[in-house]
Design a protein around this ligand. Structure first.
Ligand code: ADP
Ligand code: MG
Length: 361
């Protein structure tokens, strides 16, 4: 048995001149929830449709459960799909909607009834079996969508922005519901979203996409703490990027030159002295203190802006023509124009090579 439930092997998909998926390689483990995350138009739906068979890639292969399905039609791939617009039949009851895929598959009547009620129970909608979609809230409608996708026990569940049509609060609740259901069933799932918070909250692993390419694949913690590219760092959260030059390689550390200062950061492979890089750090990992209290791994600057955000302060610190953003929960307050030292804790810093795109795993 293959470890991988789904494999996209060097997929390229074009629409005319446009390359919607550009050498996409992605492996999804059995029982894993993998999210495709990226801005609108980056090729997430295109990749999902290559998995379903609604798209035939121009190059590359698709494997499901170890079998090459590149030329297998959608209805023979054993997949369950959930869509953004719910796509329920308005003239059919909840029961009828969930029963529909079983009818198509020729399942017998008694067994259909049993399977439908079992899945409706699973999502706690059994009392709504005789209701019509218009009588349900958006969240309930999407749970019917989930039930319909799961009723014939597919190998894989595919969800394309399933929560985008719900309001913010419901979206957050439904996240947990989907995650919980996916875990209980142990089903492999591919979840498409442009919402980074949703991706971090839901996923075992996330594939961050941009312009048809996979930029990085990793756990939510990995892509948040060690983004491989500037795009990933920027897309996932607030970021500071400080242009720097490699001054010295010291085993497990690299010393970066930022103007006249020296900042020590964890080493990465393949760096050379003199090379230009970006120092990356999250604004809430930067510490700020009066200039007189500077010590190692500090840069000197001046408070340029200060914004009160309720639970924290957001400062912009001007440092030799650039601005570094700092968010603090501390009780110390700093005034505009004040000279400060910002401390960049070594283990919170990482190096981003501008061209560095890590290979997909
Ligand atoms: N059927 C199509 N015909 C032509 N262009 C398409 C088609 N589907 C998608 N595209 C284009 O391919 C790119 C990727 O689209 P898509 O995969 O839908 O992105 P996402 O789901 O990440 O928003 C976009 O530029 C989009 O306009
Ligand atoms: Mg899409």
């Amino acid at each position: 048995m293959s470890d991988w439930m789904i494999e996209l092997d060097d997929i390229t998909k074009r629409y005319g001149e446009l390359v919607a998926n550009d050498h996409v390689t992605l492996r999804i483990r059995r029982g894993e929830l993998m999210t495709l995350l990226g801005p609108s138009g980056c090729g997430k739906t295109t990749a999902l449709r290559c998995i379903t068979g609604q798209n035939i890639p121009d190059a590359g292969r698709v494997l499901i459960d170890g079998k090459d399905v590149t030329d297998v039609p959608t209805h023979r791939r054993e997949l369950g799909m959930v869509f953004q617009n719910f796509a329920l039949f308005p003239h059919m009851t909840v029961f009828g909607n969930v029963e529909f895929p079983l009818m198509i598959r020729g399942t017998g009547k008694a067994q259909r009834a049993e399977m439908v009620m079992e899945v409706l129970k699973l999502i706690r909608l059994e009392v709504y079996a005789r209701h019509y979609p218009r009588q349900l809230s958006g969240g309930q409608q999407q749970r019917v969508g989930l039930a319909r996708a799961l009723v014939y026990r597919p190998k894989v569940l595919l969800l394309d922005e399933p929560l985008s049509n719900l309001d913010a609060k419901l979206r957050e609740e439904m996240r947990f519901e989907i995650r919980d259901l996916q875990r209980r069933l142990g089903i492999t799932a591919v979840y498409v979203t442009h919402d980074q918070e949703e991706a971090l909250a839901l996923s075992d692993r996330v594939a961050v996409m941009n312009k048809g390419r996979v930029q990085q694949v990793g756990t939510p913690a990995e892509i948040y703490a060690q983004p491989a590219t500037k795009f990933v760092a920027d897309f996932i959260g607030l970021s500071d990027f400080i242009p720097a030059r490699v001054a010295a390689l010291e085993g497990r550390h690299v010393v970066l030159a930022i103007n006249a200062e020296r900042i020590s950061v964890p080493a990465v492979q393949g760096l050379q002295a003199g090379q230009d890089v970006l120092l990356f750090i999250r604004p809430n990992d930067v510490q700020i203190r009066p200039a007189a209290e500077r010590r190692e791994n500090c840069l000197l600057g001046t408070i340029a802006k200060s914004t009160y955000l309720g639970d924290k302060f957001d400062y912009r610190v001007a440092i030799d023509g650039m601005e570094v953003r700092v968010q603090t929960h501390g009780t110390d307050r700093f005034e505009i124009g004040q000279q400060v030292a910002i401390h960049l804790p070594c283990e919170r810093c990482s190096i981003i090579l501008e061209s560095g795109v890590c290979p997909a795993t």
